[in-house]
Ligand binder design. Sequence first.
Ligand code: SF4
Length: 152
Amino acid sequence: MGALRERFWERPLADLNQSEWEALCDGCGRCCLHKVEYEDTGEIEETNVACTLLDCQTAKCSDYPNRKAKVPDCLRLTLKLVDRVPWLPDTCAYRRRAEDRPLPRWHYLVSGDREAVIAAGVSVAGRVISEDEAGPLEHHIVEWDDGEDDAA
Ligand code: SF4
């Protein structure tokens, strides 16, 4: 896995070891929400419907080590995939670093506060419904606010 190096999040994504890659996630939970893609236009809309494994109150995966086995289409973000996932939010740490942008001030690696992602209004914690209860996704289309671009 590798040790976390000082200010590793300022290094290019390609330089990160596995531990650093994992630690880069801000835990917002946005990538754990269902999207609606329209076949005719290719347009993608966001919803407030969460994967069955997401704890809707904390926005944390309830079985992170086994998520791929339980939810086969769970996105496991890799260096190659970052550029190919059009719906990653603007705030996503992987997207930002892939675009050579700094992390936002509220990111826990910068602020030292894991809860700052909630205070910034970026986390989905407490704002989503599980797919087990939601019903048709089309009834849950929302626009998530990416907040201010307050880069560190
Ligand atoms: S959108 Fe990016 S930063 Fe947020 S939980 Fe997903 S991978 Fe982590």
